[in-house]
Structure formats: structure tokens, C-alpha cells
Design a protein around this ligand. Structure first.
Ligand SMILES: Cc1cc2nc3c(=O)[nH]c(=O)nc-3n(C[C@H](O)[C@H](O)[C@H](O)COP(=O)(O)OP(=O)(O)OC[C@H]3O[C@@H](n4cnc5c(N)ncnc54)[C@H](O)[C@@H]3O)c2cc1C
Length: 398
């Protein structure tokens, strides 16, 4: 099979790229290769479903720019395609007085990024979220919720509707060869010829980068995010989105309460080392992935720096009471019986050789391949803009 552009990965980044390409360059044939039997099986289908406002990110970073523009594009897409979403707003709560300074810094960052957000009193917090504790908070009215799996299904449908385009499932990219006219992508279902390729393989993006002959700037270390769901009777404890003030040392936001678009309320996610890139269950592991993580000097350096935090997260992972205690800081009425285990997600966290947690999105390109090397949260919110950026880079080479 021949295409102008072959996109590996049917998560939200790959599908948004395919969608943007189909709209901007309708003359180009697109093939999306996805190793699973449907779209959004990994990160995209296991996330919190939040439309992030862009409040947290360094001004002018790729995250800040793509989140702001991508969120607007995602809202427009949902409105046009009739996909349920709700701009319900969120609160970021300072529980202790000593968190107020950090909270104010976040609000200042949000304002610099053009996010409408205001500092609110304890009394106003009680009006918005009557069961949340806290001395003060930030209210972000423009944060929202959506089902990203539904978004992906619609994106895939639109791309595949166009003649000449195809989404090929159960097809894993195993090798990429450069030939005189372009590339030959070897897969578990045979060879695909293409002029250009985009790697949007999420948890496997560093390995697919290597298949194309490039070295990824950072290795993917899988971090599991575990959730509980609130029992129906306890759903009243959270109206919308209740977040703590995050620790600025880490890219994760801390366990929080998220109302999902179907009305369920999820609590989490934590952040623990996953014993495999797709090892979702407590007892699941993959020897190759685990060895790959543990033997990576960047991981060892990171573990030395953050071992205390890591152990705390592990403890909360295996001890429900400890998890509940973290949640009780935000909503004191929550108790162990209110929580039912819910499916976990695994984040593709790029870790640099010096042990740094790559914070910003990373998009690298060689002659014929664009590699999306790091697309962590808020990449689902930002996806339509990440796709636009990738298409601009491809267009320079067409
Ligand atoms: C627990 C959790 C909560 C999150 N919450 C939010 C949130 O609320 N809001 C937000 O904006 N973001 C959130 N994120 C981040 C967001 O989900 C991700 O940034 C985003 O989904 C990344 O999309 P992706 O397409 O890059 O990766 P994925 O969704 O992982 O897609 C990659 C695809 O590539 C396929 N693939 C891999 N290797 C190959 C191969 N060799 N050949 C063919 N196909 C291959 C995989 O099967 C997969 O379908 C969260 C993430 C997690 C894990």
C-alpha cells in the first residue's frame, strides 16, 4: 500500500494530525497504522477527560501555546460534531496557609497565559464546592470535561471518509527503511510505502523514533495513574473539578476529583512507576520494559532525586486508606467505603539522561519523519493544535 503520509499511532495526537492533514492537504493520501483493534486504547482512552485551561504551564512554552489554542479548537470541534462536553470550571485549592504563595504563582502564570482565573475566598469556595476544604482557592471557569475516546472515534471517521485515506488496525510498526523515493514501513501486516511519516506512538514513541534511525532525546518511562470512582451516594461530594496546589517539582498534578462527562466522579490519578508500558493491572509486568526503565541512567538519577516522593506514591498505591487520606485533604468527608477501584491509565513520561522529567512537548523531525517524542498532559486538550504544528512541519517538506 502506498501513501503520501503514514501516521503511526491511533491515539488522539495521531488522529488529530491525520484530521488536520486531511483538512489542509486534501490531495494527500493518509494511512494511519494502529497496533490495537480500535482507536484510543492507551493514554487517550484512560485519561481524566479534562479540557485543561492552560493555567499551569510556563508562558510561551509549547504546552502553554498548544493548550490554549488546542482547547479552543477542541471546543469548536465538539460543538460542530455534537460531542458532549461541559465547560464546568474547576477550583485549585490551597489547603494550608503555606500553599497560598504557590497558589498565587499559579494564578499569575494563568493570567500571563491569558486564562480567566480569579483568587477566591473560603466562602466563595464553599458556594462552588460545598464539600471542599481549603483556606482559599483559584476558580478557573473555563476548564471543562469531555470524553476523548468519543473525540477520537469521530476524528477517525472523518479521516477515513475521505477517499484514499485508511486507518489500518492490528498493525504494529516494526521497522522503517529509507529508500530512494521515500520510506518503507514494515509492520506485522506487511509493508507500507510512504513519502513521509509521523510517529505518534505515545508510550512507544522513543522506540519508534529509533526504528526510523533517530535517537529520541529522552526515554519513555511509564508512570501509572490509578483511580477510584465515587459510589453513587458519594457523588454529591464533588460538583465539578477539585484540584490541589501541585508540587512544582513534578509534572503531575496530585490526586484530584474529576466529574466525568457521564456523571461519574473519579478520584486520582496517583503517579507510580508502571512495571511495563502497558502493564495496567497491579500484578502486570513486562520484563523487557521493566529492565529498560531500571537500567536507564536517567531513571536511576531521577529515582535518587525523588525517592521519597516515589515511595509515598507506592505506599498510597498499595494502601487504600493512605490514598483516601490524600483525598481527605481536599474533601474531608470522603471515607474508604465511598471509593470503588476504577481502571488505571499509564502516562508516557519522557525522562532525559540527566534524570530530568521532560516538561514540555517535544516534536523532532528528520528528513522524512516527524517524531512526537513527548506528548504528556495536556496533550489531549492540545491535540488539535499539536496536529496543526506537525502538519506545518510536514508541509515544509512536501
Ligand atoms: C492517567 C492519565 C490522565 C490524563 N489526564 C488528562 C486530561 O485530563 N487532559 C489532558 O489533556 N490530558 C490528559 N492526559 C494526557 C493525555 O491523555 C495524553 O497526553 C494523550 O492521550 C497522548 O496521546 P497520544 O496519541 O500521544 O498517545 P496514546 O493515546 O497513547 O496513543 C498512542 C497510540 O500509538 C499506538 N502505537 C504504539 N506503538 C505502535 C506501533 N509500533 N505501531 C502502531 N501503533 C502503535 C498505541 O496503540 C496507541 O493507540 C492524561 C494521561 C493519563 C495517562
Amino acid at each position: 500500500m502506498k501513501s503520501d503520509v503514514c501516521i503511526a499511532g491511533g491515539g488522539i495526537v495521531g488522529l488529530s494530525t491525520a484530521y488536520r492533514l486531511a483538512k489542509k492537504h486534501p490531495d494527500k493520501n493518509i494511512v494511519v497504522l494502529e497496533k490495537e483493534s480500535r482507536v484510543a486504547v492507551h493514554q487517550t482512552g484512560h485519561n481524566s477527560g479534562v479540557l485543561h485551561s492552560g493555567i499551569y504551564y510556563k508562558p510561551n512554552s509549547l504546552k502553554a501555546i498548544n493548550c490554549r489554542q488546542g482547547k479552543k479548537a477542541m471546543e469548536r470541534f465538539c460543538e460542530k460534531e455534537g460531542i458532549d462536553h461541559d465547560i464546568c470550571g474547576k477550583v485549585i485549592v490551597a489547603i494550608e496557609e503555606d500553599e497560598v504563595g504557590r497558589m498565587e504563582n499559579i494564578q499569575a502564570r494563568g493570567e500571563a497565559n491569558g486564562v480567566k482565573c480569579e483568587l477566591i475566598s473560603k466562602e466563595r469556595l464553599a458556594e462552588l464546592e460545598p464539600h471542599a476544604a481549603g483556606v482559599s482557592a483559584i476558580h478557573v471557569p473555563e476548564a471543562g470535561i469531555v470524553n476523548y475516546r468519543q473525540v477520537c472515534e469521530r476524528l477517525a471517521q472523518i479521516v477515513a471518509e475521505r477517499e484514499g485515506n485508511q486507518i489500518v488496525y492490528e498493525t504494529e510498526v516494526t521497522k522503517i527503511r529509507e529508500v530512494s523515493q521515500g520510506l518503507v514501513v514494515e509492520t506485522t501486516k506487511g509493508e507500507f510505502e510512504t513519502s513521509f511519516m509521523v510517529n505518534c506512538c505515545g508510550l512507544h514513541s522513543d522506540r519508534v523514533t529509533a526504528l526510523g534511525g533517530e535517537r529520541a532525546p529522552a526515554k519513555i518511562i511509564p508512570f501509572k495513574g490509578e483511580y477510584y470512582e465515587l459510589e453513587p451516594a458519594a457523588k454529591r461530594l464533588c460538583r465539578n473539578l477539585i484540584y490541589p496546589v501541585p508540587d512544582p517539582q513534578f509534572p503531575f498534578l496530585g490526586v484530584h476529583f474529576t466529574r466525568m462527562i457521564n456523571g461519574d466522579v473519579e478520584c486520582g490519578p496517583n503517579a507510580v512507576l508502571a512495571f511495563g508500558r502497558e502493564a495496567y493491572g497491579k500484578l502486570d509486568f513486562n520484563l523487557r520494559d521493566l529492565f529498560d526503565s531500571l537500567s536507564y541512567p536517567g531513571f536511576i538519577r531521577m529515582a535518587c532525586k525523588h525517592w521519597k516522593m516515589g515511595l509515598g506514591e507506592m505506599w498510597r498505591s498499595y494502601n487504600k486508606k493512605a490514598f483516601v487520606k490524600a483525598l481527605q485533604r481536599l474533601v474531608p468527608e470522603i471515607c474508604v467505603a465511598d471509593l470503588i477501584p476504577a481502571p488505571a491509565g499509564i502516562r508516557a513520561q519522557a525522562v532525559t539522561p540527566d534524570g530530568g522529567l521532560a516538561d514540555d512537548f517535544l516534536i523532532e523531525n528528520s528528513n522524512r519523519i516527524v517524531n512526537v517524542c513527548n506528548a504528556p498532559s495536556p496533550a489531549a486538550t492540545a491535540s488539535l493544535n499539536i496536529g496543526k504544528t506537525v502538519v506545518e512541519r510536514l508541509a515544509e517538506r512536501f
